[in-house]
Design a protein around this ligand. Structure first.
Ligand SMILES: [Mn+2]
Length: 324
C-alpha cells in the first residue's frame, strides 16, 4: 500500500489502537509514540497498548506511564501494528482480542518469510529499511504531516536503536537521509544519546566490573566465558536480564572467536548465550544441546553444577572452534 492510502485509512477511523512487538525496543516504542502523535494530528484518537518491562532507560525516552493494557477490540475501529507483521509477535495478553479485529494496518521493516501469515492486506513493509521509525518518517514526509520536535525525537530514538547509532551493517543512504530529516525537525539528539549511550546505572557498572574481573580465556585465548552464578547475582543486586545485555561484549574482545555468557537461573540450572565471529558456527553446537539460534548467536540451557561447568567449558569451546 502507498503511504497516502495508509493515511486515508487512518483518517476514516474514529479510534485507533496501536501495538508493537513483545518486549518493545526503542524502534517499537519510537514508532508507536510517533504514530500516536501523527494520528492525533489528523484528528483521530489513538492509544498505545503495550506491556513494559521493568523500569529502565526507556522510561526517560518515552512516556511509558501512558501505555494502556486493557484492550477491547470493540472499542477501536482500527488497529495499527508496528515493527512486526505477525500476530504471534504481539504480547499474548492481547492475542485473543486482536484476533477478533477485522481492520488492521501493518507497518514494518522485517522481511516477510515464506509461510508468514499476515493479519491484513493493508501493509506498508519496507524490508530494505533499517527501522520502522525510518518507514514512519517517510510516511510523515510523503503525506506532508508535521514532524514536530517530539515526533522527531521519538523517530530518531528508534532509528538509533535499530542501527545502534549507525554501527550495524544495515546502513543505507536512506538511513542517513532519514537522520538528516529528523535532525532538521529538531529531534533532541543529545537527550537521546544521554539515555541510550552515555548514562550508566550503578547496577550496570557493577555488572560490568564483575564481567571484566571474571572473564576466563581458554582454547589459546580464542574462547572466552563468564559465569554469573546465583550468589554472584545476589551480591551484585542484579537480575539475569540485566546481565544478558552484556553478552555481545564478550565476543568483541580482540582475538576471541567464540564466547559463552553463562547465567544461573535456578540452583544448578544455567542458560548459555553463545556468540562467534570469523564465520565460526555456534548453532550446530547449540542445537546439539537442545537449543537453537543463528550461526553467530545462539543459546541453550541445561542442568549442571558450577564446578562441572568450569571443567566442561574449555571442551565446548574446542568443539565449536573445531567445527563440530
Ligand atoms: Mn525494528
Amino acid at each position: 500500500m502507498t503511504t497516502s492510502r495508509i493515511l486515508a485509512k487512518i483518517k476514516l477511523a474514529q479510534r485507533v489502537a496501536i501495538f508493537g512487538h513483545i518486549n518493545p525496543d526503542p524502534d517499537a516504542y519510537g514508532a508507536m509514540f510517533a504514530m500516536r502523535e501523527l494520528c492525533r494530528q489528523v484528528g483521530v484518537e489513538a492509544e498505545i497498548f503495550a506491556i513494559k518491562n521493568k523500569d529502565c532507560y526507556l522510561d526517560f525516552l518515552f512516556p511509558l506511564n501512558e501505555l494502556k493494557t486493557d484492550f477491547k477490540a470493540e472499542n477501536f475501529d482500527l488497529v495499527i501494528l508496528l515493527d512486526l507483521h505477525l500476530l504471534s509477535r504481539v504480547d499474548s495478553l492481547f492475542a485473543v482480542e486482536l484476533s477478533n479485529h477485522k481492520n488492521i494496518i501493518v507497518i514494518d521493516h522485517h522481511k516477510v518469510m515464506d509461510g508468514d501469515v499476515l493479519p491484513t492486506k493493508s501493509t506498508l513493509i519496507k524490508d530494505d529499511y533499517a527501522a520502522t521509525c525510518e518507514v514512519l518518517t517517510g510516511f510523515a514526509v510523503e503525506n506532508n504531516l508535521k514532524i514536530t520536535p517530539q515526533i522527531a525525537t521519538y523517530l530518531y530514538t528508534g532509528l538509533m536503536g535499530d542501527t545502534d547509532r549507525f554501527l550495524h551493517n544495515n546502513l543505507t543512504t536512506h538511513v542517513f537521509e532519514t537522520a538528516l530529516t529528523l535532525f532538521k525537525s529538531k529531534a533532541n539528539v543529545q537527550f537521546i544519546y544521554n539515555y541510550l549511550y552515555r548514562y550508566k546505572t550503578p547496577e550496570q557498572l557493577r555488572i560490568n566490573k564483575f564481567l571484566l574481573d571474571n572473564m576466563v580465556f581458554t582454547a589459546k585465548d580464542r574462547a572466552l566465558y563468564v559465569i554469573f552464578g546465583l550468589d554472584d547475582l545476589k551480591k551484585l543486586n542484579a537480575d539475569q536480564e540485566s546481565v544478558k545485555v552484556f553478552t555481545n561484549d564478550l565476543v568483541n574482545v580482540k582475538g576471541v572467536e567464540v564466547s559463552f555468557m553463562c547465567i544461573e537461573y535456578q540452583k544448578d540450572f544455567f542458560k548459555f548465550s553463545l556468540r562467534a565471529k570469523n564465520g565460526i558456527n555456534t548453532v550446530n553446537f547449540a542445537k546439539k544441546m537442545g537449543g537453537g539460534g543463528h550461526v553467530c548467536a545462539s543459546a541453550f540451557e541445561m542442568k549442571i553444577s558450577r564446578n562441572k561447568l568450569q571443567k566442561i567449558l574449555p571442551k565446548w569451546a574446542k568443539e565449536i572452534l573445531n567445527g563440530k
